[in-house]
Design a protein around this ligand. Sequence first.
Ligand SMILES: [Zn+2]
Length: 194
Amino acid sequence: MLKKEFKRKDVTRARNLLTGKSGASSETQVGYKKKRVDYKEGDVWVENKKTWTIKDGIKQTISKMDAIKKEIFMPLCCPECGNVMKKRLDKPNYKAHKKCFDCVIEFEHKLRLKGEYDDYIKNLRLKNRLTEIDEMESMFLDLANQSNEGYISEHGELERWKGGVDVSKMSTAISEAAQKGREAVKKELTNEEN
Ligand SMILES: [Zn+2]
């Protein structure tokens, strides 16, 4: 049975995507050795199919659902104009701007008149990039986790990849890269706002 293994080069690729260096070489191969890791405040890793972190000294799971629920929740009326948000374009616009489509159009029109539209779009792109990094991080953490689950051999036995991928180490690498990517975008955002 064949199953694609999540390897070091995939971690490197993930790291490059997360930090925006997608053109960089991703072929460096280094063997992983399993070892015990002591986690510290702020570390993120996958264990027993859950994503964990240490916050305020307490080991706890990160609930992806919490984040997703918060993202999708949309009130009935636009907080800006009070109109009912029922148009097809209201939802994506509410998600991005926290107001209805009409309000976004009006807002952008005013920005154009003031000559501030380009800065606003650049800012928006940077913010979207932050969301993208979060989504990629989550996806890569899932992938890294799957690769250590092993597979059922022809003899019906559970086998794990020989030489074992170090899920904890990969997860840490992925999260570190995501953090680096986020910091770079935030730095650019700060420059943009000043
Ligand atoms: Zn509105």
